[in-house]
Design a protein around this ligand. Structure first.
Ligand code: ATP
Ligand code: MG
Length: 421
């Protein structure tokens, strides 16, 4: 990948809050940069928690539709009986309870993007109608004979392999091919372990800032322990674990032993999974911590439920997850090309390979990049994009935050947009 392209990718990451140094992710962003301006439909696949929604939002924000809405619809969460009318709308009296005409999500997203999450769960009856919308760019409200033209970019996501759903007859093959033209395949976290320390730093700093915590720090070995874990729940799981660690271990220098206390015992390092881990804590302390942890996980569940309820309106909050976060990855645009041995699932490695890989990893300093000196202009650019993201692209608020005039901000953005082209 040439340097210019990599620079564009890093700049995209900073603008859209995507933390990664993985070449797999860089390649995906490269594709997004190619297609963002077009109207082509996109299918995002990846295990749960890999960032499908983050990428859908970034794709929308990078498109010419960014000033219009992105409407997120979870196809698995809406009962089959009402999904069609939710998507395409209905006329008054078209079914019992349809007291007034109602616009569907496609019409609400006109001019913008519709994000169809868990598309694999869309019932076959709705798939037929959806395929027709894709082909004709028209929708028909339930109970209406008349079609309505719509201009909507379609982004679909799934964490179940659609090929399998097709083979089982649960997903239409023609629809699959129609959606599959551009596919962004998000790799699981265990295939991009080099992202783990970066994400870890990002989450720790965010939680510390949000909760006014003076976090002591983590040893290099603790980062390695994080990198060795399988993260079946991907970035979401990492985020939850680090939230607990940041809050509960604020006064300790976090070691691998401490990290392991926060990981499900049956999934850590298979060779010593059965050994009891000495925590050095009294039963009372241990019990108190379990209760704290349950409270924390309850808190994050409540936060998720809250965001689901907000999404009932089905509009992804433009502020995303990063609204209150400080961004300790301001060195992102400066990241070197990847130099870590990655992307081989650990089960395929020999013991020797594993040892040499770990040695390589331990030569990798998590903080060394942060000590690099960066050109002032780059720092300014990062802060500008950060302020824009935090203020949901509100230039007036962003300029206040930055302590510059709105006109200077406009001029800068204009300059960056020209240079990024
Ligand atoms: N590259 C990334 N940088 C920063 N945060 C990320 C990144 N990828 C994911 N996240 C965070 O991880 C969490 C899970 O991401 P997201 O909701 O987009 O996953 P998903 O693939 O849609 O999951 P699911 O299939 O369960 O819906 C979110 O809090 C998101 O902000
Ligand atoms: Mg999702």
């Amino acid at each position: 990948m040439n340097e210019e392209k990599l620079k564009q990718i890093r700049s995209f990451q900073i603008r859209h809050g995507i933390i990664s140094r993985s070449p797999l992710v860089a390649k995906i962003i490269g594709t997004i940069l190619e297609i963002a301006e077009t109207d082509i439909s996109v299918l995002i696949t990846g295990e749960s928690g890999t960032g499908k929604e983050v990428f859908a939002q970034a794709l929308h924000n990078a498109s010419k539709r960014k000033n219009n809405k992105i409407i997120a619809v979870n196809c698995a969460a809406i009962p089959e009986s009402i999904l069609e009318s939710e998507l395409f709308g209905h006329e008054k009296g078209s079914f019992t309870g349809a007291q007034a005409q109602r616009k569907g999500y496609f019409e609400m997203a006109d001019g913008g993007t519709i994000f169809l999450d868990e598309i694999g769960e869309m019932p076959l009856s709705v798939q037929v109608k959806f395929l027709r919308v894709l082909e004709t760019k028209e929708i028909m409200r339930v109970g209406s004979e008349q079609s309505v033209k719509i201009d909507v970019r379609i982004v679909a996501a799934t964490n179940i392999p659609l090929e399998k759903a097709v083979a089982k007859g649960k997903f239409r093959e023609d629809l699959f091919y129609r959606l599959n033209t551009i596919r962004l395949k998000l790799p699981p976290l265990r295939h991009r372990k080099e992202d783990i320390p970066l994400l870890a730093d990002f989450f720790i700093n965010s939680f510390a800032k949000q909760n006014d915590i003076d976090f002591t720090g983590m040893t290099k070995e603790a980062y390695l322990a994080l990198m060795e874990y399988g993260w079946q729940g991907n970035v979401r799981e990492l985020k939850n674990v680090l939230e607990s660690v940041t809050v509960l271990e604020r006064n300790n220098l976090v070691t691998p032993e401490i990290v392991r206390n926060y990981l499900p015992k049956d999934k850590i390092f298979s060779q010593n999974a059965n050994l009891p881990v000495h925590t050095g804590k009294s039963p009372e302390q241990a019990e108190r911590e379990i209760i704290y942890r349950m409270l924390l996980s309850l808190r994050s569940e409540i936060a998720e439920i809250k965001s689901l309820v907000l999404k009932k309106e089905s509009v992804i909050s433009q502020e995303g997850d990063f609204s209150t976060a400080i961004v300790p990855f301001s060195n992102l645009s400066n990241l070197p090309e990847i130099n870590l041995p990655v992307a081989t699932p650990s089960e395929n490695r020999t013991k020797e390979e594993e040892i040499s890989r770990l040695q390589d990893l331990s030569n990798f300093s998590v903080i060394s990049d942060a000590e690099d000196v960066r050109p002032i202009d780059e720092l300014i650019k990062d802060e500008i994009y950060k302020a824009l993201r935090i203020t949901n692209q509100n230039r007036r608020k962003a300029s206040k935050m930055l302590g510059i005039s709105e006109r200077t901000l406009y001029r800068k953005i204009d300059e960056y947009e020209k240079n990024d082209k």
